[in-house]
Design a protein around this ligand. Sequence first.
Ligand SMILES: [Zn+2]
Length: 331
Amino acid sequence: MIEFHFLGTAAGVPTPKRNVTALGVRFPQQRNWVLIDCGEGTQHQLMHSELTLSRLNTIFLTHLHGDHCYGLPGILASRSLQGSGSEQTLTVIGPPGTERLIKTIIELTELNLNYPLKIVEFTPEDWQKQHWDFPGLSVQPVALSHSIPSFAYRFTEAPRPGRFEVAKAKADGIPPGPIYQQLQQGKSITLADGRLINGLDYIAAPPKPRQFIIGGDNDRPECLQSALLDCDLLIHEATMTEEMRAAIQGYVSHSTASDVAQIAEQAQLPNLVLTHFSARFMDRQHALQSVIDEARQHYSGKLFLANDFMQFHLDREGKLTQYNPSHTVQS
Ligand SMILES: [Zn+2]
């Protein structure tokens, strides 16, 4: 299972029920996890989750607006005070300015870290050449449209082997034992009764690698059109509704629920999670209902509105499920 832990789902400023943006992602069979954006107070939010700072190994910043990165000083400093595991390298990946921001914090606040810190910057000019490999997956940035350089991150799982079909092997009278292991490796074996068995006949087709995109602030979701092909999931801001945007004079650097829903539908995306809601909603459930209604006019897939502390998992087949329903707004 790939796990998603929503740590902050408000746009701009926190509200009593929503902190500013942060999202933890943990991959199958790994104790380490990655953080996408780090709004102020993210380390407090982490205390209410099962994720620990000592196991955080990469932070991806979508852009440098404060509600996405003012939590960095606290996270960097507190990670030095954690137990076993916190001496591992922490990598921060982000747009231009990331290095200056972090180095300034470290210098001016005389911050001593007990772990190696690696900072990786990319630019609006070279983002297409970037990709970062992790055990079992790779990550690429995708440029978005916002008032400052802003990016999404596209996660692609490495190919996985097909499962060994135990039931089929048993049905064909192949006795269970160490030979199952050999067949699982695709080897051919000769049974005691003389039959020659090819392991490849008992390995299911490999599952489709899971792919998902986590967006930063963005006023043109169509920037993600080609990147969304074959994706299982998009997590994207829906800061406001069409009605709210119409009431604002001038340039609005964010998306509406309608904008995102349309692009998701065009891509035939199976799972969409909307987040980063304007404080204008003021945590009123019925106000967020307008986000759901607007998205539903365009999008027929599985739709969720994120809440702080919501957790989801994306299973092997690319199905997204929330596994702490007490935090549901509505799906
Ligand atoms: Zn922003």
